[in-house]
Design a protein. Structure first.
Length: 114
């Protein structure tokens, strides 16, 4: 099962599986991912175990980056009416600048020296 099939609860800082089990926060990796593990005792008897995890320990791991709340907020804002209107103007302003840089200033190709 994918991470999107689980619900993130901000108040408890935990994920909730489709069967209602909470996956509490466990630790943060060096790469900045917060890890949430399920309780293997509860997962053993779960009817969704085979589709949920392949783990021999019957543990489900979900990782959430420490910046993910900001990415979710940006994604939410991207779908507002005001931002859809602004994004439609992008082709009239930003894209033209890139096209001019490519055609008139020789930025079609770059060279890499190494």
């Amino acid at each position: 099962m994918r991470k999107t099939e689980y619900v993130y609860d901000e108040y408890y800082d935990a994920y909730i599986c489709p069967q209602g089990q909470m996956l509490p926060y466990s630790t943060t990796t060096k790469e900045g991912y917060r890890q949430y593990f399920s309780n293997p005792m509860e997962c053993q008897s779960c009817p969704l175990l085979s589709s949920c995890t392949q783990s021999m320990e019957h543990k489900k791991l979900i990782q959430r980056h420490v910046w993910e709340p900001y990415l979710e907020e940006a994604d939410h804002l991207r779908h507002t009416q005001e931002n859809k209107h602004i994004y439609a103007k992008r082709k009239e302003s930003i894209e033209r600048v890139f096209a001019d840089a490519k055609e008139k200033h020789g930025m079609r190709w770059t060279t890499q020296e190494g």
